[in-house]
Design a protein around this ligand. Sequence first.
Ligand code: HEC
Length: 193
Amino acid sequence: MKTPALITLALPALLAGCANSPSAEEQAAMAADARKTSGALIQKLGGELKASMSAKGPESTIVVCKVRAPEIAAEVSKQSGFEVKRVSPKNRNPAGVPDAWEAEAQASLEKRMAAGEKPETLDTWQVVSTPNGKVFRYAKALPVQPVCLSCHGDPAAIPDGVKAVLATEYPQDKAIGYAPGMIRGIVSVQRPL
Ligand code: HEC
């Protein structure tokens, strides 16, 4: 039997534990939310990308990726309460560098894809402890589709006009050389607990 003193000591720790360690069910619910949030970004951005590509071609669509991608990510973040962004180990935007968790998440998704999982449904999540408390983190794979290739494909497949704009706007660009079926990057979603 515990003494009152021990209970007094243990209670705050237990309460903190409850607040900070969501159950598997709670995590699954957050993952469902995060999946919906990343889906909203992918759908909105993908829609604008495809519409602009067929109306104006790739060179004039670069602006959709440059301006609209961060705007849509900010809108979706505001609506969902998650922080939402796109990152890639071969980033084009200098700010698109993955942190350690994101890099590991993408590597694990790539392994699962190599083992036969469909790239469109690949995602993963985890509760991570940080110096500022626990954070729920989620990653969704962004598979390369044919529409991506005029801006992220083999350099030979990228139109000269696109190359010229990319060289001016993104002198540090690493985001070329992709083929369909590869994972271009992830949508990274997080929320402090
Ligand atoms: C019209 C050219 C164009 C097309 C088509 C395009 N992208 Fe991009 N992509 C860009 C540009 C430009 C950026 C940098 C955006 C920025 O400044 O944030 C970018 C950035 C990204 C990023 C963010 C990480 C990074 O490298 O900075 C991801 C992920 C990405 N693209 C995936 C895709 C996928 C997947 C497709 C196909 C469905 C696609 N892109 C199609 C031009 C394009």
